[in-house]
Design a protein around this ligand. Structure first.
Ligand code: ZN
Length: 378
């Protein structure tokens, strides 16, 4: 049992000064004064110097490792659960990427279970960049219906030289399977879409929505901040009701080549009139981030960092003037709602996934996941 006293609560909406009482993995009560719970066996945290926010929800993490696109020595490692915890990510969704040969759904589901045993809330997508889909049971619908951890399909690559060069029809069929599996299982059944830098951009998704009865909210396209051209296409896609996800992992070279930093993209999309609920950020952690020399030769393979999610949130608030609640919702409430997960909020009877941020600099001071205090900054 944990009692947080006198903390500024953003749930993500601003709830002012509150006490929060946690027991059995859940938030039991939120009120101005819960001193009645200040008794033996209860860990009391003085929250005066902290801001309490929901645990972050990261919808794209290559937690079994990724990459390998520069040869076998460029594969990236598995994500360490501690790294996620210290980054404030208490809910994360894993995906395979380009490589579904040395990586497998079996390994992905196993890693998902391992992250759950470490105290996190973890899920994954079946499939990879490519169609036909690699699955656990041999069928997308069955994967989503019978495997607790699997909540959708992805990340399916479009507009990319590494995609399976799929047709509108192939994408529609795979999406229908995910959709029906999700409906029957009471899950999102969403299709996570990796959007590359090819000129067709989001047109395949728009075609599926125009030619079939699959709604635009079936898709969850990511990397929309990879270029100004894709961002502009994303705005017109979002104006039709679609979701947009911005990738927070980056490096100076990628930004210099025309990528828009995720917090800047978030601010620009909001300024373009897109509803905040349609906008999210994810880390793309443990994906490979190649670094080239001036001759264009690969000199180093870096990996995306899960900590970039929190950094992008802070940057959105401090550098791009995104309101605190709005920036916070883009990495908590919004992705949880899109994925139909009862996460991303601090509410009575809800799961106790709570981060205590330093009031001054928004650094992560303590992380509580499913009611357990998993991290305290030294
Ligand atoms: Zn991707």
């Amino acid at each position: 049992m944990i009692l947080i006293k006198n903390t500024q609560l953003y749930a993500p909406d601003n709830r002012g000064k509150q006490d929060i009482f946690i027991a059995g993995g859940k938030v039991i009560a939120i009120a101005n004064d819960l001193s009645c719970w200040q008794q033996a066996g209860v860990t009391v945290i003085n929250g005066e110097d902290f801001i309490a926010v929901p645990g972050f929800v990261d919808t794209l993490v290559h937690f079994t490792g990724g990459g390998g696109e520069g040869g076998f020595d460029t594969r990236t490692p598995e994500l360490d659960a501690q790294e996620a915890i210290q980054a404030g990510v208490t809910t994360l969704i894993g995906a395979l990427g380009t490589d579904a040969v040395t990586q497998s759904i079996e390994a992905l589901v196993a890693k998902t279970k391992a992250l759950k045993l470490a105290g996190l809330s973890a899920y994954c997508y079946t499939g990879s960049y490519h169609l036909p889909v690699v699955t656990l049971t041999g069928d997308v619908q069955k994967d989503i219906m019978f495997v607790d951890e699997i909540i959708g399909l992805g990340e399916v690559a479009i507009a990319d030289h590494r995609s399976s060069q799929l047709t509108m029809h192939q994408l529609a069929q795979a999406s229908a399977q995910a959709r029906v599996g999700g409906m029957l299982a009471g899950k999102a059944g969403i299709v996570s879409i990796h959007v590359g830098d090819a000129k067709d951009k989001l047109s395949l998704l728009e075609q599926v929505c125009a030619d079939t009865s699959i709604p635009i909210q079936q898709f969850y396209p990511t990397h929309i901040n990879r270029s100004h051209a894709l961002f502009d296409a994303g705005i017109s896609y979002a104006q039709k009701g679609g979701y947009l996800d911005f990738t927070t992992s980056t490096n100076e070279q990628i930004l210099a080549s025309g990528e828009i930093a995720a917090p800047e993209a978030l601010a620009k999309a909001l300024n373009s009139g897109i509803a905040p609920q349609q906008l999210t950020m994810s880390s793309d952690a443990n994906a490979s981030l190649p670094l080239f020399n001036q001759q264009g030769e690969l000199i180093q393979m870096q990996r995306g960092k899960i900590s970039s999610l929190h950094q992008a949130f802070v940057s959105a608030v401090n550098e791009y003037n995104v309101p605190f609640e709005t920036a916070l919702a883009s990495i908590s409430q919004n992705p949880a709602a899109i994925l139909k997960l009862a996460k991303g909020k601090i509410a009575e009877h809800g799961d106790a996934d709570i981060i205590l941020l330093n009031r001054e600099n928004l650094a992560i001071e303590k992380v509580i996941a499913n009611g357990k205090l998993l991290y305290t900054k030294e």
